[in-house]
Design a protein around this ligand. Sequence first.
Ligand SMILES: Cc1cc2nc3c(=O)[nH]c(=O)nc-3n(C[C@H](O)[C@H](O)[C@H](O)COP(=O)(O)O)c2cc1C
Length: 211
Amino acid sequence: MAAGMSTPASVAVIIPTVRPGRNGPKVAKLVIETIQKALPKGVTLKIIDLAEWKLPVFEGAEVPFTITNSELYSSDISRRWSREISGHQGYIFLVPEYNGSYAGSLKNAVDYLYNEWSKKAAMIVNYGAQPAEALKGGNHFTGVLSQLQMKVPSVLPKVSVSTLDREKTAAGEDLVFYKEEIKSQVQDEIALAWQSMLRSLQLSSVSPASA
Ligand SMILES: Cc1cc2nc3c(=O)[nH]c(=O)nc-3n(C[C@H](O)[C@H](O)[C@H](O)COP(=O)(O)O)c2cc1C
């Protein structure tokens, strides 16, 4: 499809953590600022914050794989979560490193559903305290998305909290990097993954000049 053609699509940015003082919303802000520079016409972004959803530990009576309509879930929270996730064509999963893998809150949110995610486009942004090359949660979570037959870019952006000025980051709404070049590297990776995700969505980005 030629750049600039309008195709409606909704992409959800999922903030998976729920603890006070979390970095999740700041990582979301960086991702959104980055991809907004290459947002095709008609594509909308929506933040889904699990801290607002307060999903209990999954206790659905039905195996989600067997459910093909949101209204068929027996619990209200499953029906509401299914309606929300069904409304998007793509998902950006922010993946925090918790104990050498991804956070349980994220897996719990995913496990509620199956067909709502299946075969759709996704990308992952992994973040955590260790150096970027040591973070593993994003790779582990790629395996989860493969199980759901989701289309995931091979580029996996990683943000190391060790490259951030923790005090300044904690004091504001943005991730404050010690070095601008590290921020640029991370943004380049996010932009690459986004381009790949747009291809899965069969959309082309609009360059800022032609937007
Ligand atoms: C329970 C817990 C476990 C963590 N384990 C790791 C870890 O194994 N490796 C790592 O690099 N960072 C680890 N961290 C640091 C987090 O990845 C980092 O604080 C990140 O910002 C967490 O996401 P959040 O701020 O959105 O909750 C851990 C943090 C928490 C709260």
